[in-house]
Ligand binder design. Structure first.
Ligand SMILES: [Mg+2]
Length: 175
């Protein structure tokens, strides 16, 4: 981790949009395919709660994934996400489009990734996060490495980091 705790908090305090890779970040990276070719994945309920808390606090959340599946569509719909981009080969291109559409700056965007396809976006965002079990290649650009591995609460950890830096966490606990 190259970023000090104070600097990390400062970066997290500015975030207005959290962008997430799906496979290996919201899931443990395993893709289960049945004999009809239908995919299933495991999502973690606390990651979903973290996303809901961010949205309730006025922080946007979006998913950008290189793959495309119905299960991801359904989970995103479950969570009320409107920013879902599947089958994306050039994540930086989509990143720039979202940034422009929402009138945001790089400093206001956080991204969580687990593999080298995520590097171009991680190099650009204000808060670059890799999951604990992500590819070692990401360590050079990551401001923060989650203690949790992908699919096991990593997104919840980042959600709390952002909400605490913005002094919104305790208010959410109070309900
Ligand atoms: Mg991934």
């Amino acid at each position: 981790m190259k970023t000090s705790a104070a600097s990390l908090r400062k970066k997290a305090a500015q975030i207005r949009l959290l962008l997430l890779d799906v496979d290996g970040v919201l899931t443990d990276g395993r893709i289960i395919v049945d004999d009809r070719g239908v995919e299933s994945k495991h999502f973690h309920v606390r990651d979903g709660q973290g996303i809901a808390l961010l949205k309730r606090s006025g922080i946007e959340v979006g998913w950008i994934t290189g793959r495309s599946s119905k299960v991801v569509h359904h989970r995103a719909k479950d969570l009320g996400l409107t920013l879902l981009f599947q089958g994306v080969q050039d994540k930086l291109y989509v990143y720039d489009r979202i940034k422009k559409k929402l009138h945001l700056t790089d400093a206001e965007i956080a991204y969580v990734g687990d593999d080298i396809i995520d590097l171009p976006v991680l190099r650009r965002v204000g808060l670059a996060v890799m999951v604990g079990d992500g590819s070692a290649e990401l360590q050079v650009v990551a401001d923060y490495v989650t203690a949790a591995p992908g699919g096991k609460g990593a997104v919840r950890e980042v959600s709390e980091l952002i909400l605490k830096a913005q002094n919104k966490w305790l208010g959410l606990l109070a309900g």
